[in-house]
Design a binder for this molecule. Structure first.
Ligand code: ZN
Length: 492
């Protein structure tokens, strides 16, 4: 098997990936808190860990990929102070919190599907694991690393730090953490400002609440990932991913909870993707530069010069290394659109290229190797794409009759496109038949022809023929309905 190297945030080194059990790689990625539309900040981890998931599978690993949905416990300030983000949205829109969760989970799935991000193997929800979270809190209390205070339970960071290292992942010291801690309501129940909530007492107005040994309340945000990771991947698993903004406090707390509840930090390789900036600025609602994925796909935002297709966005994300910041701008996206289209055109041309008999050349084999080496070198997608451009040049030269590819070359390049371009990089050819726009237009045209034939049969009272056409379409997943204005059709 080809060696894969990943930068491990825990050791701050690029390390050879050695799974605990090669027949069963466990990967956990923090999913979205579903209280609004998915935005650029969701697209990047979505695409990054999709590439890792697909690469691991191409390398021959069997992978169980868990990506959660946060639907309770993520509070507005410092993650565990203030109002629950979902409860707040529900209050503002006069909905049940779970209606908010349903709506935005579906919208998140739609956006990920458009970006060709594969579904995880398991997508657990925090609210479906309250019992497991209560059990984990009991263990942490029994181990002496948590305390109950006025109906809430807090993690005792100072005590934990005496026995272990709180800050092992982020490199933050307790003093630095103290300086960065905000002073807000509710802190009065904590012994120290850096302590974090495992369980929060529900105030009378708080609508998302469950019974517990400490009274009615709800779990702290950080606990869900500890609990769901353990439940589906075991005490210790291979890879945990997420955005760099989650490294502290979310993932730092996760490690502390794991150590306190089950005696192991739980994860071998911590992988973090960097953030997307917009014209050099951090993305934020208050800055007016917050762009959702539906807005990007439709072009409906004041910062957008045009609509950008999902594959343009995907290509744009792949053009930067996942550990680098990625700056969004119209210019950058338009350059990505060109690069993406050029690569897709080459993939289409390759299929029709005439070849000479012969084995694959060293030149083509070197390109294939370089692409795979780049992907296995800490998911270096920009280098992989640069090497794919060499393949594009060869294909274009061959198309212009300035070079000749052999049968072996063509076979190797077709395999490269299938496995890497359409496979690991997950680029879908949006302009090819089977892609979005053109295929829909083609279907509409074909249906007009078919329904016109059926209309003629009906005009001639040839009911058998009319029914035959309807039944054939039905078998292909197209339902025809006769109305007084003529026949309409829908895809099932
Ligand atoms: Zn998480």
């Amino acid at each position: 098997m080809r060696n894969l190297f990943l930068t491990n945030t825990l050791t701050r080194k690029k390390e050879l990936f050695v799974p605990i059990n090669p027949g069963h790689v466990g990967m956990y990625v923090c999913g979205p808190t579903v209280y609004g539309d998915a935005h650029l900040g969701h697209a990047r981890p979505g695409v990054t860990y999709d590439v890792l998931f697909k690469l691991l599978k191409l390398l021959g690993y069997k992978v169980r990929y868990v990506r959660n949905i946060t639907d309770v416990g993520h509070l507005e300030h410092d993650a565990d102070e203030g109002e629950d983000k979902i409860a707040k949205k529900a209050r503002l829109e006069e909905l049940e919190p779970m209606e908010v969760v349903q709506t935005y989970t579906e919208r998140y799935h739609d956006a990920m599907r458009l970006l060709n991000v594969a579904s995880p193997s398991i997508e657990p929800r925090a609210s479906g694991h309250i019992i497991e979270q209560i059990e984990a809190i009991k263990k942490i209390l029994a181990a002496g690393y948590a305390y109950e205070s006025n109906g809430s339970v807090y993690f005792d960071v100072m005590k934990y730090n005496r026995d272990h290292n709180y800050g092992v992942l982020s490199g933050r010291t307790l003093e630095a953490t103290l300086e960065g801690t905000r002073s807000l309501d509710g802190q009065g129940d904590k012994r120290a400002p850096y302590d974090f909530a495992l369980w929060k007492k529900a105030e009378p107005q708080h609508i998302m609440r469950w019974p517990s040994p400490w009274g009615e309340g709800f779990p702290g945000w950080h606990l869900e990932c500890s609990v769901m990771g353990e439940k589906y991947l075991g005490y210790e698993f291979d890879i945990h991913g997420g955005g760099m903004d989650l490294m502290f406090p979310h993932h730092e707390c996760e490690i502390a909870q794991n150590q306190a509840s089950r005696g192991t930090s739980g994860v071998r390789y911590w992988v973090h993707n960097n953030m997307i900036t917009i014209n050099g600025q951090k993305m934020g609602k208050s800055l007016g530069n917050f762009i959702t994925l539906p807005e990007l796909f439709s072009g409906n935002h004041k910062l957008l010069e045009k609509a950008y297709s999902p594959m343009t966005i995907r290509f744009f994300i792949l053009q930067a290394h996942y550990r680098s910041t990625l700056d969004f701008s119209n210019e950058a996206l338009q350059a990505s659109e060109k690069g993406y289209k050029r690569l897709m055109q080459a993939g289409r041309d390759l299929k029709d290229i005439a070849t000479a008999p012969g084995e694959a050349s060293a030149q083509v084999l070197d390109i294939v190797e370089a692409v795979m080496d780049a992907l296995c070198d800490d998911l270096n997608t920009p280098i992989a794409i640069a090497n794919l451009s060499e393949a594009v040049k060869l294909i274009n030269m061959s198309k212009d009759k300035k070079a000749t590819l052999t049968d072996g070359d063509k076979k190797a390049l077709l395999k490269l496109f299938d496995e890497v371009v359409y496979g690991v990089l997950g680029l879908v050819d949006e302009d090819a038949a089977g892609g979005s726009g053109k295929a829909e237009k083609a279907l509409e045209g074909a249906m007009e022809i078919v329904l016109e034939d059926r209309r003629k049969a009906r005009a001639a009272k040839d009911w058998a023929e009319s029914d035959r056409i309807r039944d054939l379409l039905k078998a292909s997943g197209i339902t025809v309905k006769d109305t007084k204005d003529g026949a309409t059709w829908t895809l099932e």
